[in-house]
Write a protein that binds this ligand. Structure first.
Ligand SMILES: Cc1ncc(COP(=O)(O)O)c(C=O)c1O
Length: 382
């Protein structure tokens, strides 16, 4: 048993289900916390008691945007809300012009599949999509140097891999992209909340993340950051009344675009989801992702050492500075094992041929160790 103190013992008490369940699936769904539950309840209560609270509900959407903006060092008017990362990426892609000489999209095989789908959907508008090939579910910096050129309109990467947690050096990729005049789009769904993000310092032009994973919320809301100066040059094709300068002008014949990134908002936003997202992100901002990251690296060390001690194959980078929270363990029948472990009150997440052990700040080293021991047990006896 590893001897490690838990720096977030106090905040762990905000997650009552952890007393019953070992919850290690932040790469998919984080554990429910009291503030998030109270947020969702607050929406239901206001609906129940007031019948309708449009202003209060819209205010919560703005607060959720502001909390996400704070998390990534953007300003609140640089954030739009959509319903999923797929939607957010589609909206951004649809706003770009591929009709000129600069029509190339450089993306990777390690991105979540929806990102590839989104860029391929732009081929009929002139996009030429290049996929960098993975090796051990990793991409080398040199591959970006080779692929990005004066014809690249956008480079589209995942900050942290959904499969094995591999972290990319966003700043270095941004420098390569910008030296060639390419924009940089980052899918941060597997990093936001667990790995610090500073869009300004890292040189990110656009970024998307949903609330369900390390942001401690629920599905149904995703945040799209687009750098304000860039947003103002774009006219999103996915649009609606909240994309307008004044949504309440009720003028169907005027297609103007709201200031900055607000033009990427579309219809009535996902209000109940915003309550959950706001509560989750606020908790993270209070603790500070800068403080969470080193602890998650310690838990990665525990996961890797435990898996190796038990003779299990680790599909993640073994250098914890090169990976996020998720440690992927190669297994056969990953989905069946995930279901079986659930009956033992251990929540891990299957993808293809791996089980992902993905702790958050509220988890302990003992939980990580115990879950991996149970994975071995399940492999042998299931
Ligand atoms: C990195 C990453 N991007 C995108 C997605 C898909 O997000 P959504 O379902 O919100 O489109 C996932 C889901 O697992 C993911 O891990």
């Amino acid at each position: 048993m590893m001897d490690m103190t838990h720096p977030f013992k106090q905040q762990r008490q905000l997650f009552p289900t952890l007393g019953k369940t070992i919850h290690l699936s932040s790469c998919s769904q984080s554990a429910i916390s009291a503030p998030v539950k109270e947020g969702v309840d607050a929406y239901l209560t206001s609906w129940n008691d007031e019948g309708m609270d449009w202003n209060g509900w819209m205010k919560k959407v703005s607060e959720a945007k502001a909390a996400f903006a704070h998390l990534i060092n953007a300003s609140p008017d640089e954030i739009a809300v959509l319903s999923s990362v797929s939607d957010a990426a589609s909206s951004f892609a649809g706003s770009l012009d591929f009709s000129g000489q600069r029509n190339k999209v450089v993306t990777t095989e390690i991105d979540f599949p929806c990102i590839g789908h989104v860029w391929l959907s732009q081929e009929h508008r002139g996009a030429e999509v290049v996929f960098l090939t993975e090796q051990n579910h990793q991409i080398a910096l040199d591959q970006y140097v080779e692929a990005i050129d004066g014809r690249t309109l956008v480079t589209s990467i995942s900050h942290v891999s959904y499969y094995n947690g591999f972290i990319q050096d966003v700043k270095a990729i941004s420098e390569i992209a910008h030296a060639n005049g390419s924009l940089l789009f980052v899918d941060a769904y597997q990093s936001a909340g667990g790995v610090p993000i500073d869009v300004k310092e890292m040189g990110i032009d656009a970024l998307a993340s949903g609330a369900q994973k390390y942001l401690l919320g629920i599905p149904g809301i995703a945040f799209l950051y687009v750098k304000k100066e860039l947003a103002e040059t774009l006219e999103p094709k996915t649009t609606g009344w909240f994309s307008r300068v004044n949504p309440f002008a009720f003028d169907p014949k005027t297609l103007n675009y709201a200031e900055g990134t607000l033009r990427f908002d579309t219809g009535t936003p996902m209000m109940i989801n915003a309550y959950a997202a706001h509560a989750g992100i606020t908790l993270l901002n209070e603790i500070g992702v800068q403080t969470i990251r080193p602890y998650l690296m310690e838990l990665s060390t525990v996961a890797i050492e435990t898996a190796q001690r038990l003779g299990l194959e680790v599909a993640s980078p073994l250098d914890v500075t090169r990976k996020g929270s998720n440690t992927a363990i190669r297994v056969q029948n990953a989905t069946a094992l995930e279901q079986f472990l659930k009956t033992k009150k251990i929540v891990v997440s299957a993808r293809n041929d791996v089980l992902r052990v993905a702790p958050h700040f509220y988890n302990t080293a003992e939980e990580v160790e115990r879950a991996i021991e149970e994975i071995l047990h399940a492999i042998k006896h299931h």
